[in-house]
Design a protein around this ligand. Sequence first.
Ligand code: ADP
Ligand code: TPW
Ligand code: MG
Length: 577
Amino acid sequence: MSAVVQSIAVNAAEQELTDGFHLIIDALKLNGLNTIYGVPGIPITDFGRMAQAEGIRVLSFRHEQAAGYAASIAGYLTKKPGVCLTVSAPGFLNGLTALAHATTNCFPMILISGSSEREIVDLQQGDYEEMDQLAIAKPLCKAAFRVLHAQDIGIGLARAIRAALSGRPGGVYLDLPAKLFGQVMDADAGQKSLVKVIDAAPAQIPAPDSIRRALDVLKSAKKPLIILGKGAAYAQADDAIKALVETSGIPFLPMSMAKGLLPDTHPQCAGAARSTVLKDSDVVMLIGARLNWLLSHGKGKAWGDAPKKFIQIDIEPKEMDSNVEIVAPVVGDIGSCVTALLDGMSKTWQKPSADWTGTVSKKRDENVSKMAPKLMNNNSPMDYHGALGVLRTIIAERPDAILVNEGANTLDLARGIVDMYKPRKRIDVGTWGIMGIGMGYCIAAAVETGKPVLAIEGDSAFGFSGMEVETICRYNLPVCIVVFNNDGIYRGTDVNPTGGPDVAPTVFVKGARYDKMMEAFGGVGVNVTSPDELKRAVNAAMDSGKPTLINAVLDPAAGSESGRIGNLNPQSVLKKK
Ligand code: ADP
Ligand code: TPW
Ligand code: MG
């Protein structure tokens, strides 16, 4: 022990001192933030050790981006901010993508990063990992704070928690310069400086007028539709939402991560009649879903020619009229808004006509029957439908499992094919369609919920976070990863038209064995070439709970460019003659 530390230790015994390290840990614990996702290094290595010693679960990753994605989805799943801890400059930047992702997706998260010394950074004198992190984080998150004095740690964390959780949730940056950790202060004063945040996401009761207006519009509808988004899933108002949907009798369309809020097999679910309901509906009530690109901005071909009226329930007032006119904005938290709507529906509420609901269910049943035979094929090598048919049955048999999904074809087809039965069981690429969330999401889902996790991963998508299979093995998490290996991005069949030495930019090593990556760290690796083999391997993995990676060999020609969103690809007019 160095002389300085010794003298502090002696002092601590006499005067009861605390320091920045302990105050941050105490502040986190006081607010129920008991898990940290991160990567150690200067200046936070000891902090991680001490946090672990004080009972916080500290999960150490191989890359900060994966740790950040884990924290972001922990926030979504628990309604508490997920905490990611990074080192200065490069570690911070690696975590920042995830912080921006959390903000974009409305997930509460706090990125806590150590940083270099202010005096040196501000004079740009070239400190170790020098960077003005606060300034860089600011435009990419909901709020950003720096704590310079130990006595401000309690307030700093309280501000971060409130900013992450209140109103529209999002990412918050908390900058902790290296010097802060070692700052010493009186233990008693330190304890008193901590803040337990009370009611961080207060109910936001909608104005009664807005509820009446929404109900009037809804009553006027001949062909109403409810769209549920991931905000509705996040809100954890599951019973109220179910009651509203069922009492109203209105068909509902779940956005990707809202699947399972009500089962996809519910008689009112219009998931398999998506284009029909978007085109033909006359009144659309959005609950926790934005009219962004995922809903074609509420206009254009996808929405047909029939005039539409939109009702929107959202906690963020500025969301209203963002893309098209919202005739009935309902601003408030989803639980309060949905309950108020339910209360306002009289006993004489008229459900939509059988004409409309019948059209929707007929279309849905037709589409489901059209798909059914494709899902039963046992082709080898597999196509997407054969492989997903099997995984669909497995999720039906294991509805508590959490499904993680990323890729292009692997994403779009799994979203359409794999039915979900319970809320917040499907987590995926989200608002940005981001690749790389996979392993971080698997880890956080297993850690936060204790449930088994099944990841359906494109081979490209998996590669973005693939090294985290070591993390999964290290913590022995019940995660089964299925890599849909079609030798590339969208397809493995592209060729370099010049015949030059490099292969096309979209293809990978042919016949790669991702299963060996899992074996390298003591997990189970399986190579499968048919749906039957896939079924056996996944069931074995889910039964055993052992970390497993299944390399599912897919026909390299089976996919299409950009999955279902090829239309967003800019095309050169010069390309095709
Ligand atoms: P999706 O991608 O599923 O369509 P979005 O992420 O676009 O969903 O939209 C989610 C919306 O939900 C955001 O506009 C956000 O403000 C809103 N939201 C999140 N939590 C709540 C809540 N508790 N109450 C009301 N609205 C919420
Ligand atoms: C952070 C662009 C979208 S989808 C995809 C990429 C690279 C991979 C598709 O191939 P995969 O799936 O996963 O093998 P499949 O079944 O079609 O073969 N970088 C980021 N995000 C995105 N979205 C991209 C690149 C992209
Ligand atoms: Mg692929």
